[in-house]
Design a protein around this ligand. Structure first.
Ligand code: ZN
Ligand code: ZN
Length: 139
C-alpha cells in the first residue's frame, strides 16, 4: 500500500510507503551510502569514530548518516561516540529526542505555565468577587 508523492530529494514522482520515503533512484543512492557507512563502522578500529570522522571517511552527508541513526539502521549501542543532535539545542545525544538540559527546561516551562494559569484563575475569581460586591443589589 502506498500513495504517489514527490521525492523529497529530486522531486521525481514515486510510490511512497512506510519503508520508502524517497524515489527508486535516490533510494539506491542511499543504500550505496549506507553500505559505505556500514563498511566503515564495521571495522573494529572505527567503532569509536565520531560523526564528523564518518562523514570524512565515507563522503556520506551528515544528514543522511543521522537519518540512518534515527531509523535505527545504525545502532548507537555499538558506537560510543556517535549520536544525533538534540532537537532544540543541537547538542549530540544518544537517546530520546531532547538532551537532558532541554528536557529539564521544558519541564520548568510547563511548571511555570501551570503556575501562571493558577494565578490568573485566582485573579479572575478575585475580580468576579469584587465585581459582585461592587454591583451588589441596591435598594
Ligand atoms: Zn529521488
Ligand atoms: Zn538540548
Amino acid at each position: 500500500m502506498g500513495e504517489i508523492a514527490n521525492c523529497p530529494k529530486c522531486d521525481a514522482l514515486f510510490i511512497q510507503n512506510q519503508f520508502r520515503t524517497v524515489c527508486e533512484k535516490c533510494y539506491k543512492e542511499e543504500e550505496t551510502a549506507y553500505e559505505a557507512v556500514y563498511k566503515f563502522l564495521r571495522k573494529r578500529e572505527n567503532r569509536k569514530a565520531q560523526l564528523d570522522e564518518v562523514v570524512e571517511a565515507t563522503n556520506v552527508p551528515k544528514e543522511l548518516i543521522l537519518k540512518f541513526i534515527r531509523l535505527g539502521r545504525i545502532q548507537l549501542i555499538n558506537f560510543p561516540n556517535l549520536g544525533y543532535p538534540c532537537e532544540k539545542c543541537g547538542k549530540i545525544i544518544r537517546e530520546k529526542r531532547l538532551c537532558a538540559d532541554c528536557k529539564d527546561n521544558i519541564h520548568k516551562q510547563i511548571h511555570q505555565m501551570e503556575q501562571e494559569k493558577i494565578i490568573s484563575e485566582r485573579n479572575k475569581q478575585t475580580t468576579k468577587t469584587t465585581t459582585f460586591y461592587s454591583q451588589g443589589p441596591k435598594k
